[in-house]
Ligand binder design. Sequence first.
Ligand SMILES: [Zn+2]
Length: 163
Amino acid sequence: MKLDILAIGVHPDDVELGCAGTLIKEIQNGKKAGIIDLTQGELGTRGTIETRYAEAAAAAKILGVSARKNLKMRDGFFKNDEEHQLLLVKAIRKYQPDIILGNVLIDRHPDHGRAGNLISDACFLSGLAKIETKDDEGNTQKSGAHGTFCNICRIGTMSLNCL
Ligand SMILES: [Zn+2]
């Protein structure tokens, strides 16, 4: 599924808190948008994984996004390494977005900054044709070579404080 905008947040409520207004406005303008949550937010002081999934699904419906996926990285302990970068490259290539919104690169919460850098790195790597990835059906995915979706994710639109 091709998306115009892909918003990626490390915790299931980051996108809602960081850029819900932007998503609503762009969807109302006819754009197709989606959300990727990197973790299930399992270390959050309030709520449970189940309540976070229910809230994420309800928010996705209210926002009008076309897709929402959770990559189930480990909250608090995911890394910006090859394994996690390739997982995100695969997700980015699945949606082939023109614009990616992601966590800021520097933040008081270590997950936010680490995720921002992971998103930025995966966005760049998704444009490299020599990095081959397969979709869920085993088909080779199209890279974002020739500038299709590399160099577009350095937008630090989400500055959040998750306590
Ligand atoms: Zn957060």
